[in-house]
Ligand binder design. Structure first.
Ligand code: NAP
Length: 375
């Protein structure tokens, strides 16, 4: 069927989803999902990770005007390390309009255009999981990392979109690794201040991203707007729910962000001042014993251990640890006392998996498991 012709109105879309549920999805109970910005770096990674997912079926892909009307395989310059699935390759690339035959949309759109489009989808009853920055600081939008601030899902009941529409934002890719590593310390000792220097991979800038002549044999000591995000997003993520909004967690953060010639994986050098005094052994134990609050839920993309702690002096390294637990875990090492703050350490997280596509899929799994998605 030519999807574009058949979905001019809401009723026909609903009917398609119903037919899809009864004919194809019912037995397998897979939720129809769409990807906005499907031809981009994160969109491709998401399609690669979600293909053959036992809970989800990709039924729609959308991108810019230059790609619309083509089949996905014609429109995309596929750069993933596994072949493009035939089924996804045959989908027609559509406009990012809320007439797509799906229930969940993953927004992998550029931040400059994502905001309005995501609103439109939520107003039309879609569950929007956004990798873009547009809604991250909206008071009623959870800025969400399942292992860190599960209770923030409470905000969804104040969003008031019709037909169970909702928006959840995934934090900035460098913020996700930082927050996952800080979470055990915040829980056990409280955090007063953080100083972080990031070494962020090239893939964080999309494709083609940073010109090769600028990044080869080089480090660029600036990433536009990135430091602001590292300062503003953490306080919301660690914040506490006060009825319909989040009271930010009081914590000083100073950040310097750099771009380094690594393809995937953000490395971050962190110094932390704790609210309560703790010994080195206690801090180490907090990292090592941090267990996943998702354990019982058995979500397919959840890492068994959100944090992997390394004793070796020269770990973690992007090349060696970025793919741990399919790129969903954060690696921590080089823990030692800090003469300015209390302790310092190094962390590593996969920016396009844990920091983007994989993190978004994990959120979708949690929403399904917790009954937020009906299809
Ligand atoms: P990208 O490679 O530049 O891809 C952008 C996508 O948006 C493409 O599919 C493009 O379609 C589509 N697009 C652009 N303008 C459009 C328009 N006017 N209407 C509809 N579609 C449009 O970017 P990316 O690296 O995948 O990043 C996507 C989002 O994820 C961004 O918001 C980014 O900040 C965020 N993010 C990225 C990372 C990372 O590590 N890369 C991590 C976390 C979050 P065409 O191909 O048709 O132009």
């Amino acid at each position: 069927m030519t999807i574009k012709d058949d979905f001019q109105d809401q009723d026909s879309r609903e009917k398609f989803i119903q037919d899809l549920s009864s004919q194809e999805l019912h037995q397998r109970r897979r939720v129809p999902v769409g990807v906005l910005g499907a031809t981009g770096n994160v969109g491709q990674k998401l399609l690669m990770l979600i293909d053959k997912h036992q809970w989800f079926k990709v039924t729609a892909v959308a991108a810019s005007e230059k790609s619309q009307g083509k089949s996905y395989k014609e429109a995309v310059e596929w750069r993933m390390p596994v072949p493009l699935s035939e089924e996804i390759g045959e989908l027609e690339v559509m406009a990012p309009e809320p007439n797509l035959p799906c229930k969940i949309v993953f927004s992998c759109l550029d931040g400059n255009i994502a905001g309005e489009i995501e609103q439109k989808f939520a107003k039309n009853g879609y569950a929007v999981i956004s990798c873009a920055r547009s809604h991250r600081m909206d008071p009623k939008v959870p800025l969400f990392i399942p292992e860190v601030n599960m209770q923030h899902l409470e905000l969804l009941k104040f969003q008031n979109f019709p037909n169970r529409g909702l928006i959840i934002a995934k934090p900035n890719c460098a913020v996700i690794g930082l927050m996952m590593a800080l979470r055990p310390l915040q829980l056990e000792f409280g955090i007063e201040a953080v100083h972080v220097v990031t070494m962020q991979s090239i893939s964080g800038a999309g494709f083609p991203g940073v010109p090769s002549m600028a990044i080869a044999d080089n480090i660029i000591p600036y990433i536009a707007n990135e430091e602001d995000r590292l300062v503003e997003e953490p306080a919301k993520i660690f914040g506490t729910i006060d009825v319909d909004h989040i009271e930010p967690y009081p914590m000083n953060i100073s950040a310097t962000c750099t771009r380094v010639p690594v393809t995937e994986g953000h490395l971050e050098v962190v110094s932390v001042k704790l609210k309560e005094k703790a010994t080195l052994e206690q801090v180490k134990r907090a990292f090592k014993e941090f267990s996943s609050p998702l354990e019982e839920l058995k979500l397919p993309s959840a890492p068994s251990y959100p944090i992997h702690y390394f004793e070796e002096n020269d770990m973690p390294q992007p090349k060696l640890q970025r793919d741990l637990e399919r790129g969903m875990a954060v690696s921590v090492g080089r823990l030692r006392p800090d003469s300015l703050m209390d302790y310092k350490f190094v962390l590593l997280s996969h920016n396009t998996v844990r920091g983007a596509a994989g993190g978004a899929i994990l959120i979708a799994e949690l929403l399904v498991k917790n009954g937020y998605i009906f299809w």
